[in-house]
Design a binder for this molecule. Structure first.
Ligand code: PEP
Ligand code: MG
Length: 533
Protein backbone atom coordinates (compact mmCIF):
# COMPACT_ATOMS: atom_id res chain seq x y z
CA UNK A 1 0.00 0.00 0.00
CA UNK A 2 1.25 3.51 -0.79
CA UNK A 3 -0.36 6.85 0.08
CA UNK A 4 0.32 9.71 -2.32
CA UNK A 5 -0.28 13.20 -0.90
CA UNK A 6 -1.18 16.09 -3.18
CA UNK A 7 -0.64 19.56 -1.71
CA UNK A 8 -3.08 21.62 -3.72
CA UNK A 9 -6.66 20.48 -4.10
CA UNK A 10 -9.77 22.20 -5.26
CA UNK A 11 -12.52 19.61 -5.30
CA UNK A 12 -14.23 17.32 -2.84
CA UNK A 13 -15.40 13.76 -2.84
CA UNK A 14 -14.33 10.24 -2.08
CA UNK A 15 -13.93 7.55 -4.70
CA UNK A 16 -13.00 3.89 -4.58
CA UNK A 17 -12.80 2.29 -8.03
CA UNK A 18 -10.52 0.52 -10.51
CA UNK A 19 -8.09 2.64 -12.52
CA UNK A 20 -8.59 3.37 -16.20
CA UNK A 21 -5.23 4.43 -17.60
CA UNK A 22 -5.72 6.97 -20.35
CA UNK A 23 -2.61 6.68 -22.49
CA UNK A 24 -2.14 7.96 -26.01
CA UNK A 25 -0.10 5.27 -27.80
CA UNK A 26 3.16 6.14 -29.56
CA UNK A 27 2.09 6.82 -33.13
CA UNK A 28 5.47 7.79 -34.60
CA UNK A 29 5.73 5.99 -37.97
CA UNK A 30 8.06 2.99 -38.20
CA UNK A 31 11.00 3.52 -40.53
CA UNK A 32 11.11 0.26 -42.55
CA UNK A 33 12.00 0.49 -46.25
CA UNK A 34 9.69 -0.53 -49.12
CA UNK A 35 11.08 -1.92 -52.39
CA UNK A 36 9.39 -1.03 -55.69
CA UNK A 37 7.78 -4.44 -56.07
CA UNK A 38 6.28 -4.20 -52.58
CA UNK A 39 4.41 -0.94 -53.34
CA UNK A 40 1.13 -2.62 -54.17
CA UNK A 41 1.17 -4.64 -50.98
CA UNK A 42 1.93 -1.46 -49.02
CA UNK A 43 -0.94 0.40 -50.72
CA UNK A 44 -3.28 -2.46 -49.80
CA UNK A 45 -2.41 -1.85 -46.13
CA UNK A 46 -3.65 1.71 -46.56
CA UNK A 47 -6.90 0.53 -48.22
CA UNK A 48 -7.56 -1.79 -45.27
CA UNK A 49 -6.70 0.80 -42.61
CA UNK A 50 -8.88 3.39 -44.32
CA UNK A 51 -11.87 1.00 -44.55
CA UNK A 52 -11.57 0.29 -40.83
CA UNK A 53 -11.41 4.01 -40.00
CA UNK A 54 -14.40 4.76 -42.25
CA UNK A 55 -16.40 2.01 -40.56
CA UNK A 56 -15.49 3.39 -37.13
CA UNK A 57 -16.38 6.95 -38.17
CA UNK A 58 -19.70 5.87 -39.64
CA UNK A 59 -20.61 4.46 -36.26
CA UNK A 60 -19.45 7.59 -34.43
CA UNK A 61 -21.17 9.95 -36.86
CA UNK A 62 -24.47 8.28 -35.98
CA UNK A 63 -23.92 9.25 -32.32
CA UNK A 64 -22.24 12.65 -32.57
CA UNK A 65 -22.25 14.98 -35.55
CA UNK A 66 -18.67 16.07 -34.82
CA UNK A 67 -17.60 13.01 -36.79
CA UNK A 68 -19.61 13.68 -39.97
CA UNK A 69 -16.93 16.04 -41.25
CA UNK A 70 -14.21 13.53 -40.36
CA UNK A 71 -15.98 10.90 -42.38
CA UNK A 72 -16.15 13.13 -45.44
CA UNK A 73 -12.44 13.78 -45.12
CA UNK A 74 -11.49 10.11 -44.74
CA UNK A 75 -13.26 9.43 -48.03
CA UNK A 76 -11.41 12.22 -49.81
CA UNK A 77 -9.58 11.13 -52.97
CA UNK A 78 -6.80 13.70 -52.58
CA UNK A 79 -5.83 12.06 -49.31
CA UNK A 80 -5.80 8.64 -50.94
CA UNK A 81 -3.77 9.88 -53.93
CA UNK A 82 -1.29 11.60 -51.64
CA UNK A 83 -0.60 8.39 -49.75
CA UNK A 84 -0.55 6.12 -52.82
CA UNK A 85 1.86 8.38 -54.72
CA UNK A 86 4.26 8.59 -51.81
CA UNK A 87 4.35 4.80 -51.65
CA UNK A 88 4.58 4.17 -55.40
CA UNK A 89 6.81 7.04 -56.51
CA UNK A 90 8.82 7.95 -53.42
CA UNK A 91 8.99 4.39 -52.07
CA UNK A 92 7.95 5.41 -48.59
CA UNK A 93 6.30 2.98 -46.24
CA UNK A 94 2.58 3.42 -45.63
CA UNK A 95 2.97 4.87 -42.13
CA UNK A 96 5.38 7.58 -43.28
CA UNK A 97 3.21 8.20 -46.35
CA UNK A 98 0.13 8.73 -44.17
CA UNK A 99 1.96 10.98 -41.71
CA UNK A 100 3.46 13.17 -44.45
CA UNK A 101 0.25 13.43 -46.47
CA UNK A 102 -1.79 14.38 -43.41
CA UNK A 103 0.77 17.01 -42.35
CA UNK A 104 0.88 18.41 -45.87
CA UNK A 105 -2.92 18.75 -46.02
CA UNK A 106 -3.22 20.08 -42.47
CA UNK A 107 -0.62 22.74 -43.31
CA UNK A 108 -2.48 23.78 -46.46
CA UNK A 109 -5.78 24.07 -44.57
CA UNK A 110 -4.21 25.96 -41.67
CA UNK A 111 -2.91 28.63 -44.05
CA UNK A 112 -6.30 29.28 -45.67
CA UNK A 113 -8.16 32.56 -45.27
CA UNK A 114 -11.58 31.02 -44.93
CA UNK A 115 -12.41 29.91 -41.39
CA UNK A 116 -14.45 26.94 -42.61
CA UNK A 117 -11.53 25.59 -44.62
CA UNK A 118 -9.12 26.12 -41.73
CA UNK A 119 -11.41 23.95 -39.63
CA UNK A 120 -10.61 21.01 -41.89
CA UNK A 121 -6.99 20.95 -40.68
CA UNK A 122 -7.97 19.62 -37.27
CA UNK A 123 -10.22 16.97 -38.83
CA UNK A 124 -7.47 15.63 -41.03
CA UNK A 125 -5.00 15.35 -38.13
CA UNK A 126 -7.55 13.35 -36.21
CA UNK A 127 -8.02 11.01 -39.16
CA UNK A 128 -4.26 10.69 -39.48
CA UNK A 129 -4.10 9.63 -35.84
CA UNK A 130 -6.78 7.00 -36.41
CA UNK A 131 -5.08 5.68 -39.57
CA UNK A 132 -1.69 5.43 -37.88
CA UNK A 133 -3.20 3.70 -34.86
CA UNK A 134 -4.77 1.13 -37.22
CA UNK A 135 -1.56 0.66 -39.22
CA UNK A 136 0.51 0.20 -36.08
CA UNK A 137 -2.08 -2.08 -34.47
CA UNK A 138 -2.58 0.39 -31.57
CA UNK A 139 -5.84 1.25 -29.87
CA UNK A 140 -6.81 4.87 -29.21
CA UNK A 141 -8.39 5.54 -25.82
CA UNK A 142 -11.94 6.91 -25.79
CA UNK A 143 -13.38 8.32 -22.58
CA UNK A 144 -16.83 8.50 -24.11
CA UNK A 145 -17.01 4.72 -24.38
CA UNK A 146 -16.56 3.92 -20.66
CA UNK A 147 -19.41 1.81 -19.34
CA UNK A 148 -18.29 0.78 -15.83
CA UNK A 149 -17.18 2.81 -12.77
CA UNK A 150 -13.50 3.87 -12.95
CA UNK A 151 -11.00 6.44 -11.75
CA UNK A 152 -9.38 7.91 -14.87
CA UNK A 153 -5.63 8.41 -14.58
CA UNK A 154 -3.89 10.40 -17.31
CA UNK A 155 -0.78 12.43 -17.99
CA UNK A 156 -3.12 15.24 -18.98
CA UNK A 157 -6.63 15.63 -20.32
CA UNK A 158 -7.72 18.30 -22.74
CA UNK A 159 -11.05 20.08 -22.39
CA UNK A 160 -12.18 18.21 -25.53
CA UNK A 161 -11.55 14.92 -23.66
CA UNK A 162 -13.40 16.06 -20.56
CA UNK A 163 -16.53 17.10 -22.41
CA UNK A 164 -16.95 13.41 -23.27
CA UNK A 165 -16.88 12.28 -19.62
CA UNK A 166 -19.90 10.58 -18.18
CA UNK A 167 -20.05 11.13 -14.39
CA UNK A 168 -22.10 7.96 -14.04
CA UNK A 169 -18.94 5.96 -14.77
CA UNK A 170 -16.09 8.38 -14.12
CA UNK A 171 -15.90 8.38 -10.32
CA UNK A 172 -12.64 10.29 -10.09
CA UNK A 173 -9.82 11.78 -12.15
CA UNK A 174 -6.08 11.94 -11.46
CA UNK A 175 -3.73 13.79 -13.79
CA UNK A 176 -0.01 14.45 -13.75
CA UNK A 177 -0.22 17.84 -15.41
CA UNK A 178 -2.49 20.78 -14.76
CA UNK A 179 -3.25 23.03 -11.81
CA UNK A 180 -6.36 23.38 -9.69
CA UNK A 181 -7.73 26.11 -11.93
CA UNK A 182 -6.84 24.47 -15.22
CA UNK A 183 -9.88 24.01 -17.39
CA UNK A 184 -9.93 20.24 -16.99
CA UNK A 185 -10.22 20.76 -13.23
CA UNK A 186 -13.09 23.18 -13.65
CA UNK A 187 -15.04 21.02 -16.06
CA UNK A 188 -14.64 17.95 -13.82
CA UNK A 189 -15.80 19.92 -10.80
CA UNK A 190 -18.84 21.24 -12.59
CA UNK A 191 -19.73 17.58 -13.19
CA UNK A 192 -19.12 16.85 -9.50
CA UNK A 193 -16.29 14.46 -10.30
CA UNK A 194 -13.54 14.44 -7.62
CA UNK A 195 -10.25 15.38 -9.24
CA UNK A 196 -6.59 15.50 -8.24
CA UNK A 197 -4.20 17.31 -10.59
CA UNK A 198 -0.45 17.77 -10.72
CA UNK A 199 0.27 14.28 -9.33
CA UNK A 200 3.78 13.71 -10.74
CA UNK A 201 4.61 10.31 -12.18
CA UNK A 202 1.29 8.78 -11.20
CA UNK A 203 0.50 7.05 -14.48
CA UNK A 204 3.81 5.14 -14.22
CA UNK A 205 2.85 3.90 -10.76
CA UNK A 206 -0.62 2.69 -11.65
CA UNK A 207 -1.74 -0.31 -13.62
CA UNK A 208 -4.97 -0.57 -15.54
CA UNK A 209 -7.75 -2.14 -13.50
CA UNK A 210 -6.14 -1.96 -10.02
CA UNK A 211 -8.44 -0.54 -7.33
CA UNK A 212 -7.39 2.74 -5.72
CA UNK A 213 -9.00 5.05 -3.13
CA UNK A 214 -9.06 8.82 -3.42
CA UNK A 215 -10.03 11.67 -1.14
CA UNK A 216 -10.07 14.75 -3.36
CA UNK A 217 -10.68 17.22 -0.52
CA UNK A 218 -7.66 15.98 1.48
CA UNK A 219 -5.54 15.40 -1.60
CA UNK A 220 -4.97 11.71 -0.88
CA UNK A 221 -4.59 8.80 -3.23
CA UNK A 222 -4.13 5.30 -1.83
CA UNK A 223 -2.48 2.78 -4.15
CA UNK A 224 -2.87 -0.96 -3.56
CA UNK A 225 -5.13 -0.33 -0.53
CA UNK A 226 -5.29 -3.10 2.08
CA UNK A 227 -8.55 -4.28 3.69
CA UNK A 228 -8.26 -1.65 6.46
CA UNK A 229 -7.82 1.21 3.99
CA UNK A 230 -10.68 -0.03 1.83
CA UNK A 231 -13.07 -0.13 4.79
CA UNK A 232 -11.76 3.26 6.05
CA UNK A 233 -12.54 4.82 2.67
CA UNK A 234 -15.98 3.23 2.56
CA UNK A 235 -16.63 4.90 5.95
CA UNK A 236 -15.22 8.22 4.74
CA UNK A 237 -17.53 7.98 1.76
CA UNK A 238 -20.52 7.52 4.05
CA UNK A 239 -19.44 10.40 6.34
CA UNK A 240 -18.98 12.63 3.29
CA UNK A 241 -22.46 11.73 2.08
CA UNK A 242 -23.96 12.43 5.55
CA UNK A 243 -22.33 15.87 5.65
CA UNK A 244 -23.74 16.60 2.21
CA UNK A 245 -27.22 15.63 3.39
CA UNK A 246 -26.91 17.98 6.42
CA UNK A 247 -25.96 20.90 4.17
CA UNK A 248 -28.76 20.06 1.77
CA UNK A 249 -31.22 20.88 4.52
CA UNK A 250 -30.04 24.51 4.40
CA UNK A 251 -30.85 24.83 0.74
CA UNK A 252 -34.18 26.53 1.25
CA UNK A 253 -32.64 29.28 3.39
CA UNK A 254 -31.76 32.34 1.28
CA UNK A 255 -28.10 33.42 1.49
CA UNK A 256 -28.40 36.37 3.89
CA UNK A 257 -25.57 37.32 6.26
CA UNK A 258 -26.24 37.89 9.98
CA UNK A 259 -26.07 41.63 9.26
CA UNK A 260 -28.83 41.20 6.73
CA UNK A 261 -26.93 41.53 3.43
CA UNK A 262 -28.47 39.36 0.73
CA UNK A 263 -25.71 37.67 -1.22
CA UNK A 264 -26.38 36.28 -4.64
CA UNK A 265 -25.32 32.62 -4.75
CA UNK A 266 -24.87 31.45 -8.31
CA UNK A 267 -23.50 28.57 -10.33
CA UNK A 268 -20.86 28.33 -13.03
CA UNK A 269 -22.12 26.12 -15.83
CA UNK A 270 -21.04 24.87 -19.20
CA UNK A 271 -24.31 23.57 -20.58
CA UNK A 272 -28.00 23.03 -19.90
CA UNK A 273 -27.34 19.79 -17.98
CA UNK A 274 -25.17 21.72 -15.50
CA UNK A 275 -28.01 24.21 -14.96
CA UNK A 276 -30.45 21.40 -14.15
CA UNK A 277 -27.95 19.99 -11.68
CA UNK A 278 -27.27 23.42 -10.08
CA UNK A 279 -30.96 24.28 -9.76
CA UNK A 280 -31.22 21.47 -7.21
CA UNK A 281 -28.99 23.58 -4.94
CA UNK A 282 -31.55 26.39 -5.04
CA UNK A 283 -29.24 28.89 -6.72
CA UNK A 284 -30.01 32.56 -7.35
CA UNK A 285 -28.96 32.17 -10.95
CA UNK A 286 -26.03 31.44 -13.21
CA UNK A 287 -23.08 33.80 -12.72
CA UNK A 288 -21.06 32.25 -15.53
CA UNK A 289 -22.30 30.25 -18.51
CA UNK A 290 -19.09 29.19 -20.26
CA UNK A 291 -20.46 29.33 -23.80
CA UNK A 292 -17.25 27.93 -25.28
CA UNK A 293 -18.27 24.39 -24.34
CA UNK A 294 -21.09 24.68 -26.85
CA UNK A 295 -18.48 25.51 -29.47
CA UNK A 296 -16.13 22.75 -28.33
CA UNK A 297 -18.75 20.02 -28.49
CA UNK A 298 -19.73 20.93 -32.03
CA UNK A 299 -18.39 20.02 -35.46
CA UNK A 300 -18.59 23.62 -36.71
CA UNK A 301 -19.05 27.12 -35.33
CA UNK A 302 -22.61 26.85 -33.96
CA UNK A 303 -25.04 29.02 -35.92
CA UNK A 304 -27.32 31.68 -34.43
CA UNK A 305 -30.25 29.25 -34.53
CA UNK A 306 -28.30 26.43 -32.89
CA UNK A 307 -27.09 28.73 -30.12
CA UNK A 308 -30.48 30.35 -29.69
CA UNK A 309 -32.05 26.94 -29.05
CA UNK A 310 -29.54 26.28 -26.23
CA UNK A 311 -29.65 29.76 -24.63
CA UNK A 312 -33.46 29.82 -24.82
CA UNK A 313 -33.67 26.47 -23.06
CA UNK A 314 -31.18 27.74 -20.45
CA UNK A 315 -33.16 30.98 -19.93
CA UNK A 316 -36.43 29.10 -19.55
CA UNK A 317 -34.88 26.63 -17.13
CA UNK A 318 -33.28 29.41 -15.11
CA UNK A 319 -35.66 32.38 -15.06
CA UNK A 320 -33.40 34.05 -12.49
CA UNK A 321 -30.17 35.70 -13.59
CA UNK A 322 -28.43 33.89 -16.45
CA UNK A 323 -25.04 35.42 -17.25
CA UNK A 324 -23.78 34.19 -20.60
CA UNK A 325 -20.11 34.82 -21.21
CA UNK A 326 -19.29 35.31 -24.88
CA UNK A 327 -16.87 32.85 -26.48
CA UNK A 328 -13.67 32.43 -24.46
CA UNK A 329 -11.62 30.17 -26.69
CA UNK A 330 -7.84 30.03 -27.18
CA UNK A 331 -5.37 29.64 -24.33
CA UNK A 332 -5.74 25.94 -23.51
CA UNK A 333 -9.21 25.68 -25.06
CA UNK A 334 -9.21 24.54 -28.67
CA UNK A 335 -11.91 23.77 -31.18
CA UNK A 336 -11.94 20.40 -32.96
CA UNK A 337 -12.82 22.11 -36.25
CA UNK A 338 -10.68 25.23 -36.19
CA UNK A 339 -6.93 25.15 -36.67
CA UNK A 340 -5.45 27.79 -34.39
CA UNK A 341 -2.05 29.00 -35.49
CA UNK A 342 0.60 27.82 -33.09
CA UNK A 343 1.52 30.57 -30.67
CA UNK A 344 4.52 30.77 -28.35
CA UNK A 345 2.36 32.14 -25.51
CA UNK A 346 -1.24 31.03 -26.07
CA UNK A 347 -2.48 32.48 -22.77
CA UNK A 348 -1.12 35.85 -23.89
CA UNK A 349 -2.28 35.32 -27.41
CA UNK A 350 -5.32 35.28 -29.59
CA UNK A 351 -8.08 34.30 -27.18
CA UNK A 352 -11.51 35.28 -25.91
CA UNK A 353 -12.78 38.77 -26.83
CA UNK A 354 -9.80 39.26 -29.13
CA UNK A 355 -11.07 36.45 -31.37
CA UNK A 356 -14.67 37.66 -31.15
CA UNK A 357 -13.77 41.21 -32.18
CA UNK A 358 -11.57 39.92 -35.04
CA UNK A 359 -14.24 37.49 -36.28
CA UNK A 360 -17.13 39.90 -36.13
CA UNK A 361 -19.67 37.87 -38.10
CA UNK A 362 -19.13 34.87 -35.85
CA UNK A 363 -19.41 37.12 -32.78
CA UNK A 364 -22.68 38.57 -34.08
CA UNK A 365 -24.19 35.11 -34.53
CA UNK A 366 -23.57 34.54 -30.83
CA UNK A 367 -24.79 37.97 -29.71
CA UNK A 368 -28.02 37.74 -31.71
CA UNK A 369 -28.66 34.29 -30.22
CA UNK A 370 -28.12 35.58 -26.67
CA UNK A 371 -30.25 38.68 -27.30
CA UNK A 372 -33.12 36.59 -28.63
CA UNK A 373 -32.91 34.31 -25.58
CA UNK A 374 -33.22 37.39 -23.34
CA UNK A 375 -36.95 37.39 -24.12
CA UNK A 376 -37.24 34.17 -22.13
CA UNK A 377 -35.58 35.07 -18.83
CA UNK A 378 -33.22 37.47 -17.08
CA UNK A 379 -30.26 37.12 -19.43
CA UNK A 380 -27.04 39.16 -19.07
CA UNK A 381 -24.06 39.32 -21.46
CA UNK A 382 -20.51 39.17 -20.13
CA UNK A 383 -17.32 39.86 -22.13
CA UNK A 384 -14.11 37.97 -21.21
CA UNK A 385 -10.45 39.12 -21.08
CA UNK A 386 -11.05 42.86 -21.48
CA UNK A 387 -7.98 45.09 -21.42
CA UNK A 388 -9.23 48.41 -22.79
CA UNK A 389 -12.22 50.69 -22.83
CA UNK A 390 -12.06 50.59 -26.63
CA UNK A 391 -12.71 46.84 -26.53
CA UNK A 392 -15.69 47.33 -24.25
CA UNK A 393 -17.05 50.10 -26.44
CA UNK A 394 -16.49 48.06 -29.63
CA UNK A 395 -18.24 45.05 -28.10
CA UNK A 396 -21.15 47.20 -26.93
CA UNK A 397 -21.44 48.80 -30.36
CA UNK A 398 -21.63 45.37 -31.99
CA UNK A 399 -24.42 44.47 -29.54
CA UNK A 400 -26.24 47.62 -30.70
CA UNK A 401 -25.82 46.57 -34.35
CA UNK A 402 -27.28 43.16 -33.49
CA UNK A 403 -30.22 44.78 -31.72
CA UNK A 404 -30.97 46.84 -34.84
CA UNK A 405 -30.81 43.75 -37.04
CA UNK A 406 -33.15 41.86 -34.76
CA UNK A 407 -35.59 44.74 -34.60
CA UNK A 408 -35.56 44.96 -38.41
CA UNK A 409 -36.25 41.22 -38.56
CA UNK A 410 -39.12 41.50 -36.09
CA UNK A 411 -37.32 39.46 -33.40
CA UNK A 412 -37.85 40.34 -29.76
CA UNK A 413 -35.22 40.76 -27.04
CA UNK A 414 -34.67 42.57 -23.76
CA UNK A 415 -33.93 46.20 -24.76
CA UNK A 416 -32.23 46.83 -21.41
CA UNK A 417 -30.06 43.72 -21.37
CA UNK A 418 -27.13 44.22 -18.99
CA UNK A 419 -23.65 44.20 -20.54
CA UNK A 420 -20.94 43.34 -18.04
CA UNK A 421 -17.38 42.18 -18.09
CA UNK A 422 -14.95 39.75 -16.53
CA UNK A 423 -12.27 41.39 -14.41
CA UNK A 424 -9.39 39.04 -15.11
CA UNK A 425 -6.54 41.10 -16.57
CA UNK A 426 -4.19 43.46 -14.73
CA UNK A 427 -5.26 46.25 -17.14
CA UNK A 428 -8.89 45.85 -16.10
CA UNK A 429 -7.89 46.21 -12.43
CA UNK A 430 -5.93 49.40 -13.04
CA UNK A 431 -8.74 50.82 -15.16
CA UNK A 432 -11.51 49.50 -12.87
CA UNK A 433 -12.97 52.95 -12.11
CA UNK A 434 -13.18 53.84 -15.78
CA UNK A 435 -14.64 50.44 -16.72
CA UNK A 436 -17.20 50.68 -13.90
CA UNK A 437 -18.69 53.77 -15.52
CA UNK A 438 -19.38 51.90 -18.75
CA UNK A 439 -20.09 48.32 -17.71
CA UNK A 440 -23.33 47.20 -16.08
CA UNK A 441 -21.63 44.71 -13.79
CA UNK A 442 -18.25 43.17 -12.98
CA UNK A 443 -17.38 39.55 -12.37
CA UNK A 444 -13.89 38.82 -11.06
CA UNK A 445 -12.19 35.93 -12.82
CA UNK A 446 -9.55 34.98 -10.27
CA UNK A 447 -8.32 32.03 -12.31
CA UNK A 448 -6.84 34.24 -14.99
CA UNK A 449 -6.38 37.30 -12.80
CA UNK A 450 -4.03 35.31 -10.55
CA UNK A 451 -1.99 33.95 -13.45
CA UNK A 452 -1.68 37.33 -15.14
CA UNK A 453 -0.98 39.37 -12.00
CA UNK A 454 1.61 36.95 -10.66
CA UNK A 455 2.96 35.87 -14.06
CA UNK A 456 2.36 32.25 -12.98
CA UNK A 457 0.80 29.86 -15.53
CA UNK A 458 -2.43 28.49 -14.06
CA UNK A 459 -1.83 24.99 -15.47
CA UNK A 460 1.89 24.50 -14.78
CA UNK A 461 2.40 22.10 -11.89
CA UNK A 462 6.06 23.03 -11.47
CA UNK A 463 5.06 26.45 -10.22
CA UNK A 464 1.71 25.47 -8.71
CA UNK A 465 2.90 26.49 -5.23
CA UNK A 466 3.43 30.02 -6.51
CA UNK A 467 -0.08 30.22 -7.93
CA UNK A 468 -2.27 31.58 -5.16
CA UNK A 469 -5.24 33.89 -5.06
CA UNK A 470 -4.30 34.62 -1.44
CA UNK A 471 -1.18 36.43 -2.66
CA UNK A 472 -1.38 40.01 -1.30
CA UNK A 473 -1.26 41.44 -4.81
CA UNK A 474 -4.31 39.44 -5.87
CA UNK A 475 -6.22 40.26 -2.67
CA UNK A 476 -5.43 43.94 -3.10
CA UNK A 477 -6.63 43.82 -6.73
CA UNK A 478 -9.89 42.17 -5.64
CA UNK A 479 -10.49 44.82 -2.97
CA UNK A 480 -9.79 47.55 -5.53
CA UNK A 481 -12.20 46.10 -8.10
CA UNK A 482 -15.02 45.79 -5.56
CA UNK A 483 -14.52 49.36 -4.32
CA UNK A 484 -14.39 50.74 -7.87
CA UNK A 485 -17.58 48.87 -8.78
CA UNK A 486 -19.40 50.11 -5.71
CA UNK A 487 -18.21 53.69 -6.25
CA UNK A 488 -19.95 53.59 -9.62
CA UNK A 489 -23.02 51.85 -8.18
CA UNK A 490 -22.65 48.51 -9.98
CA UNK A 491 -22.68 45.01 -8.50
CA UNK A 492 -19.47 43.05 -8.30
CA UNK A 493 -19.45 39.28 -8.44
CA UNK A 494 -16.76 36.65 -8.68
CA UNK A 495 -16.84 33.59 -10.92
CA UNK A 496 -13.24 32.42 -10.57
CA UNK A 497 -12.60 29.31 -8.48
CA UNK A 498 -11.80 31.44 -5.42
CA UNK A 499 -15.52 32.19 -5.00
CA UNK A 500 -16.16 28.54 -4.16
CA UNK A 501 -13.16 28.09 -1.86
CA UNK A 502 -14.32 27.76 1.76
CA UNK A 503 -11.03 29.30 2.92
CA UNK A 504 -11.69 32.47 0.91
CA UNK A 505 -15.38 33.14 1.56
CA UNK A 506 -14.99 35.20 4.75
CA UNK A 507 -12.35 37.43 3.19
CA UNK A 508 -14.57 38.03 0.16
CA UNK A 509 -17.56 38.85 2.38
CA UNK A 510 -15.37 41.36 4.24
CA UNK A 511 -14.46 42.94 0.89
CA UNK A 512 -18.18 43.38 0.20
CA UNK A 513 -18.51 40.98 -2.74
CA UNK A 514 -22.14 40.94 -3.93
CA UNK A 515 -22.27 37.69 -5.85
CA UNK A 516 -20.45 34.35 -5.52
CA UNK A 517 -20.57 32.10 -8.56
CA UNK A 518 -18.99 28.66 -8.45
CA UNK A 519 -19.09 25.00 -9.45
CA UNK A 520 -22.34 23.47 -8.21
CA UNK A 521 -20.50 21.15 -5.81
CA UNK A 522 -19.34 24.08 -3.62
CA UNK A 523 -22.65 25.95 -3.28
CA UNK A 524 -23.94 24.20 -0.16
CA UNK A 525 -20.66 24.82 1.68
CA UNK A 526 -20.50 28.52 0.77
CA UNK A 527 -24.16 29.07 1.71
CA UNK A 528 -23.48 27.79 5.23
CA UNK A 529 -20.57 30.22 5.61
CA UNK A 530 -22.66 33.16 4.40
CA UNK A 531 -25.43 32.29 6.87
CA UNK A 532 -22.86 32.23 9.68
CA UNK A 533 -21.15 35.52 8.74
C1 PEP B 1 -11.44 33.01 -14.60
O1 PEP B 1 -10.49 33.27 -15.33
O2 PEP B 1 -11.44 33.16 -13.36
C2 PEP B 1 -12.70 32.47 -15.17
C3 PEP B 1 -13.78 32.31 -14.45
O3 PEP B 1 -12.68 32.12 -16.48
P1 PEP B 1 -12.02 30.78 -17.07
O4 PEP B 1 -11.63 29.92 -15.90
O5 PEP B 1 -13.04 30.14 -17.95
O6 PEP B 1 -10.83 31.31 -17.82
MG1 MG C 1 -10.76 33.44 -17.48
Amino acid sequence: MEVVKVEKTASRGIAVAPVYLYREPDLAPDSYAVAKEQAEEEQKKFVDARSAVVEELEKLAGENEIFAAHLEMANDFMLQDGVNNRIAIEQKNVQIAVKETVEEFAGIFAAMEDAYMRERGADIRDIGKRLLAGLKGKKLPDLGSLDAPVIVAARDLYPSDTVKLNPEFVKGIVTEEGGVTSHVSIIAKSMNIPILVGVSGISEKLTDGETVCMDAGQGLLVLAPDETALSEYQQKKEAYENERRRLMELRNTPAVTKEGKRISLCANVGNVEDIKNALEMNIDGVGLFRSELLYMENSHFPTEEEQFAVYKEAAELCPKELTIRTLDIGGDKELPYFAFEKEDNPFLGWRAIRISLDMKEMFKEQLRAILRASSYGHVRIMFPMMISLEELRDAKEIVEECKKELTAGGKSFDENIELGMMMETPASVILADAFAKEADFFSIGTNDLTQYLLAVDRGNKKIADRYSYFHPAVLSAIGHIIEAGHRAGIKVGMCGEMAGDSKAVLKLLEFGLDEFSMSAGNIDYVREQILNY
